[in-house]
Design a protein around this ligand. Structure first.
Ligand code: TRP
Ligand code: ZN
Length: 827
C-alpha cells in the first residue's frame, strides 16, 4: 500500500498518559497497557484506529467495559466515546521467535526492542505514529537482574519517562548485563549517571565509547547550548541489530559493533565510527526526541540535522580537512550512487511503500549536506540564531521541514522558497564551470539544469606561484546560467567547490596541468585532494584504454606522499586510488559502458606503478608509528599512511614486510592492514592464522569474513565456501553483511561475467527475506547499479531480480526494492 505525504491527516485522539507492564517470557510475553486517550479537537472522530501486528489479544476494555471488537491483520478499530477515556489491553507476543529484530526480540538470552519506525505496533495496540506523544510509565517483571526502560528508575524494574514521546522512542531491555559506569555533571549542575550495559566479558571494551559520550555531552552544551534532561543515560550493546544504533529516550540501544572497542580488537576506523555514532544518538536527544517528526516523510528533519551535527562534532574532535574528505567519499560512494539509479528519491520523499526502505544515504547524508549549505549561505552566526529559535519554538513538538525552513526565514529574513527545492527534487545537480581571462579580468560562467537550485559554490584563486590571490569566496548560484567577474592582472588558477560546498557534480574543461598545480599548492584540503582524485580518475580511464600509467601523475603523487610537512592522514587519503564502483559510475556518466574486469586490472596496474615509483621511500613509510598506542586522529593518520605504504610494499616483496607486521601487530588496525596487504598479493595463509587467533570473538570474526570476500580473486567462489563455514550465521545482520555486503563491495567479483555473484546474492536475499526482511531489503541495493553495465550483465541482474520478485510470500520491504530496481531501463 502506498503511503503519501499529501494524505497526511492529524490523529483523531491524543494521549495523556501510557502505562505498560511486561511479564517477560521467551515464547509468551504478556503486555498490559493502560492508555488515557483524549479526543483531538482538531480532528474529531467517533472511531479510533490502533495499529497492531502479530499480537494475540487476550482482553481489552474501554473505561472498564470489555470490548468485543476483533483485530484485523494490521490493527484494531474501536468505536469510542466523545470524551476522554481509558483503554486497557492485554496481549501476548513471542520475542524468542521474532527474527525480524523489530518490536520486542531476543539476542543471546537478552530481551531488547527496536521500535523505529513502526515496531511498537508489534508490542501492543497503539496509535503508532510520531505525532502522538505521551509520557510513559513502564513496569518490567521477570527474573533477569537488569531491567531497563526509558526515563528514570522509580523502583526496581519500574521506569517513568516524564518527557512526552512518540512510541518509536520506546525501549525495553532485560538481561544478565554488567555496566561500565561513569558520571557527567551538566553545566546547570544536573548530575547524570552514565552506564554502558554489556554482556559479561565485554566490560573491558567500553572505555572509548564512554569517553566519546562525555565529549559529546560537553560539545552539545558548548556548541548548541543543549543539555541532557534526565538523571540517567543508559546505552546497551546488542549483537543482533538491523542498523547502527537507536536513540530511544534515555536508553540508546547499539549494535555492539559500534560500542565495543579495545585496541587489540577494533581498528582506528572502528574507533572513529564509534565516536561518531555515540555522538549521533546522543545528539538525537534534542534533534529527534525533544523535537521529533510529524510523520515519516519528515525523517530528514531529525536524521539530516543529526548527521550534520555528528559531522561537526567529529570535525572539531579530529580535524576539519580530513573529516570533510572522508564525508565526501562516503557521500559519493553511497548517496551519489543511490541518486544516479532507480532508488533515487528526494531528501523529503512524497510517497513510500515501506518506510524502513527510506533510511537511506539520501535522507541521512544528503539531508546533512542540505543543512551544511544552509549554514554556509546564512553564515555561522545566523545559523546559531536559527537553531536557538528552532529549539525554543518547537520544543516538545512533532515538526515538518516547513517548520524548519520557516525558523530560518524568521531568524535571517531570507526567502528560502527556492532553497526548499533541495528537499523536493531528486537527483544530483550537474554544474558546469567555464572561465575566460581578458583585460585583467577573470569571468567564471556557471550553468545548471532546470529547475534551478540555490547552489553555493565556494572558490579561491591562486597566483602562478601558488599564492592565494582570492581567499575562499562563496558564489551563490540561483539561475540556470550566471557569470561572476574578478580582477586578475595575471591569469589565476581557480580552486572550485572548496570544502565541497554543495553536493553537485561539477564539470570543468579538462586541464591536467591545473589539477597537478592545485594538488601541489591548493590551501583548501578538499579541493587539493579532489585535484589528485580527478587526475587519478583520468589516468585510470586511460589505463583501461591501454595507455601506460602517467609519469606526471606518479611524480605528483610521490611528491605529496613523501612530503613530511603534510598531515599523514591527508597523504593516506590521497594515496587511496579511486574505488572501482565509483570509477564505473564515472565512466557510465561519460557514456562508456564499464568493464569490471578491465577496471580491476587497471587499478592494479596503477598500484603496481605507484609501488615501483615509491620503491625507495616505502621502507621509511612502513616504519612503526612512534609512541604508545592511542586512538587519536594524529596516530590514526600515521597508521593509515603506514598501512597504505605496506600494501604497496607487498607488491614489490611478495608480502615479506607485511608478514612481519602481521606477526608483531599489537593493534587491530595494523593486524587488518597487514592481512589486507597479504591477501592482495595472494598470501592467504595469514587468514588462517587470523582465524585461529580470533575465532571466539564475534566482532573480529566479522572482519575475517569480510576481508576474505573483499580481497578474493574469485569472490563468488569464496562466498559459496564461507556460507558453509560453521561460524557463518545468516540470521545475524552483522555476519550476513560481513559476507554479502563484502560481495557487493568486491566490484569485479560481484559482477563476474557468468553472473555467479548475482546468483549467490539473490539466493541469499530470498533465503533471508522470511527471517529478516529489513536487512534483506537493505542489502538488495547491491543491484541498484544495474543499468550502467553491458547488456549481458544487465540481463543476468534482471533475471535475478525477477527471480526474487516472483518468490511467494515476499516481504513488502524486499518487494518494493526489487520492483523499483526492475523499473530501471535506461539503456
Ligand atoms: N534512528 C536510528 C538512527 O539513525 C536509525 C535506526 C536504528 C533505524 N534502528 C532502526 C531505522 C531500525 C529503521 C529501522 O540513529
Ligand atoms: Zn539518526
Amino acid at each position: 500500500m502506498t503511503v503519501r505525504l499529501a494524505d497526511y491527516a492529524p490523529p483523531s485522539h491524543l494521549i495523556e498518559h501510557v502505562d505498560l507492564s511486561f511479564r517477560l517470557d521467551p515464547q509468551a510475553t504478556r503486555v498490559l497497557s493502560t492508555i488515557r486517550f483524549v479526543p483531538n479537537p482538531a480532528a474529531p472522530s467517533a472511531t479510533l484506529r490502533l495499529n497492531g501486528e502479530g499480537l494475540t489479544l487476550i482482553a481489552a476494555s474501554i473505561d472498564d467495559a470489555p470490548i468485543a471488537d476483533v483485530p484485523d491483520a494490521t490493527g484494531l478499530s474501536l468505536t469510542v466515546p466523545p470524551h476522554p477515556f481509558t483503554f486497557r489491553a492485554e496481549v501476548e507476543i513471542s520475542p524468542a521467535t521474532n527474527t525480524a529484530l523489530e518490536g520486542l526480540y531476543m539476542s543471546n538470552g537478552m530481551y531488547c526492542t527496536q521500535c523505529e519506525a513502526e515496531g511498537f505496533r508489534k508490542i501492543t495496540f497503539y496509535p503508532d505514529r510520531p505525532d502522538v506523544m505521551a509520557p510513559f510509565r513502564v513496569r518490567i517483571e521477570g527474573d533477569l537482574p537488569v531491567r531497563l526502560s526509558n526515563g528514570d528508575e522509580v523502583a526496581p524494574g519500574e521506569w517513568h519517562d516524564p518527557w512526552p514521546k512518540p512510541a518509536y522512542l520506546f525501549a525495553l531491555v532485560a538481561g544478565d548485563l554488567v555496566a561500565h559506569s561513569d558520571r557527567f555533571v551538566t553545566r546547570s549542575g544536573r548530575d547524570v549517571a552514565l552506564n554502558i550495559w554489556v554482556r559479561k566479558g565485554d566490560e573491558d571494551r567500553c572505555a572509548y565509547a564512554m569517553d566519546a559520550l562525555k565529549r559529546s555531552m560537553a560539545w552539545d552544551e558548548r556548541v548548541y547550548g543543549r543539555e541532557y534532561d534526565l538523571s540517567v543515560f543508559n546505552i546497551v550493546a546488542v549483537d543482533d541489530f538491523n542498523m547502527g544504533a537507536m536513540e530511544n529516550k534515555g536508553l540508546n540501544i547499539f549494535n555492539s559493533k559500534y560500542v565495543l572497542a579495545r585496541p587489540e580488537t577494533a581498528t582506528d576506523e572502528d574507533f572513529a565510527r564509534i565516536e561518531a555514532i555515540i555522538a549521533h544518538e546522543y545528539f538525537h536527544n534534542w534533534t529527534g526526541n525533544r523535537i521529533t517528526c510529524r510523520d515519516w516523510f519528515q525523517l530528514c528533519l531529525k536524521e539530516g540535522l543529526t548527521v550534520f551535527r555528528d559531522q561537526q562534532f567529529s570535525s572539531d574532535e579530529r580535524g576539519e580537512g580530513v573529516k570533510r574528505i572522508e564525508d565526501v567519499l562516503t557521500l559519493r560512494a553511497r548517496q551519489f550512487r543511490e541518486d544516479a539509479g532507480p532508488l533515487s528519491h528526494p531528501v523529503r520523499p512524497a510517497e513510500y511503500e515501506e518506510i524502513n526502505n527510506f533510511y537511506t544515504a539520501t535522507i541521512y547524508e544528503k539531508g546533512a549536506e542540505v543543512i551544511r549549505m544552509l549554514r554556509l549561505l546564512v553564515g555561522p552566526e545566523a545559523y546559531d540564531r536559527a537553531l536557538d529559535l528552532y529549539f525554543t519554538r518547537h520544543d516538545g513538538q512533532a515538526c515538518t521541514i516547513e517548520d524548519w525552513l520557516t525558523v530560518f526565514e524568521d531568524a535571517t529574513g531570507r526567502d528560502l522558497t527556492q532553497f526548499a527545492r533541495w528537499y523536493t527534487e531528486a537527483g544530483t545537480p550537474a554544474v558546469t564551470m567555464s572561465e575566460a581571462w581578458q583585460d585583467g579580468k577573470l569571468t567564471l560562467t556557471l550553468t545548471q539544469a532546470a529547475p534551478a537550485m540555490v547552489i553555493p559554490v565556494a572558490i579561491g584563486l591562486l597566483a602562478p606561484d601558488g599564492a592565494e590571490v582570492l581567499p575562499t569566496t562563496v558564489l551563490e548560484m540561483t539561475e540556470a546560467e550566471q557569470s561572476f567577474t574578478f580582477d586578475a592582472p595575471t591569469r589565476p588558477v581557480v580552486s572550485a567547490l572548496r570544502g565541497f560546498s554543495a553536493p553537485v557534480l561539477l564539470s570543468r574543461p579538462d586541464a591536467p596541468e591545473e589539477r597537478a598545480f592545485l594538488l601541489a599548492h591548493d590551501s583548501d584540503p578538499f579541493t587539493r585532494w579532489e585535484a589528485g582524485r580527478s587526475l587519478g580518475k583520468s589516468v585510470m580511464a586511460n589505463v583501461i584504454l591501454g595507455d601506460g600509467v602517467s609519469t606526471k601523475w606518479l611524480d605528483a603523487l610521490a611528491r605529496l606522499t613523501t612530503d613530511a610537512s603534510l598531515d599523514p592522514a591527508f597523504r593516506a587519503l590521497s594515496l587511496r586510488l579511486p574505488a572501482e564502483d565509483d570509477m564505473a559510475r564515472t565512466l557510465a556518466a561519460a557514456g562508456t559502458v564499464p568493464d569490471p574486469e578491465a577496471l580491476h586490472a587497471a587499478r592494479g596496474r596503477m598500484a603496481q606503478a605507484l609501488a615501483e615509483r615509491l620503491a625507495d621511500d616505502l621502507a621509511d613509510l612502513c616504519a612503526p608509528v612512534p609512541g604508545a598506542w592511542s586512538p587519536d586522529a594524529g596516530q590514526a593518520g600515521r597508521r593509515a599512511l603506514r598501512m597504505q605504504a605496506l600494501a604497496l610494499h607487498s607488491r614489490l616483496d611478495g608480502g615479506a614486510v607485511a608478514q612481519q607486521v602481521f606477526d608483531r601487530a599489537d593493534n587491530m588496525t595494523e593486524e587488518v592492514g597487514a592481512l589486507t596487504a597479504l591477501l592482495e598479493v595472494g598470501v592467504t595463509a595469514a587468514a588462517d592464522t587470523f582465524l585461529s587467533r580470533w575465532r571466539h570473538d564475534r566482532l573480529v570474526m566479522d572482519k575475517w569474513f569480510t576481508l576474505n570476500v573483499l580481497h578474493a580473486k574469485d569472490a563468488p567462489a569464496v562466498v559459496a565456501d564461507l556460507i558453509r563455514h560453521p561460524l557463518f550465521d545468516a540470521a545475524n545482520p552483522n555476519r550476513f553483511r560481513a559476507v554479502f555486503g563484502a560481495l557487493a563491495a568486491n566490484h569485479a567479483g560481484f559482477h563476474r561475467a557468468d553472473g555467479a555473484g548475482y546468483r549467490l546474492m539473490a539466493d541469499a536475499l530470498i533465503a533471508l527475506d522470511p527471517v529478516n526482511p529489513q536487512t534483506a531489503a537493505r542489502v538488495s541495493s547491491a543491484f541498484e547499479g544495474v543499468a550502467i553495465y553491458d547488456a549481458a550483465r544487465q540481463a543476468r541482474m534482471r533475471e535475478e531480480l525477477q527471480r526474487i520478485a516472483v518468490t511467494p510470500g515476499l516481504s513488502t520491504d524486499l518487494r518494493e526494492m526489487v520492483a523499483r530496481m526492475l523499473k530501471d531501463r535506461r539503456n
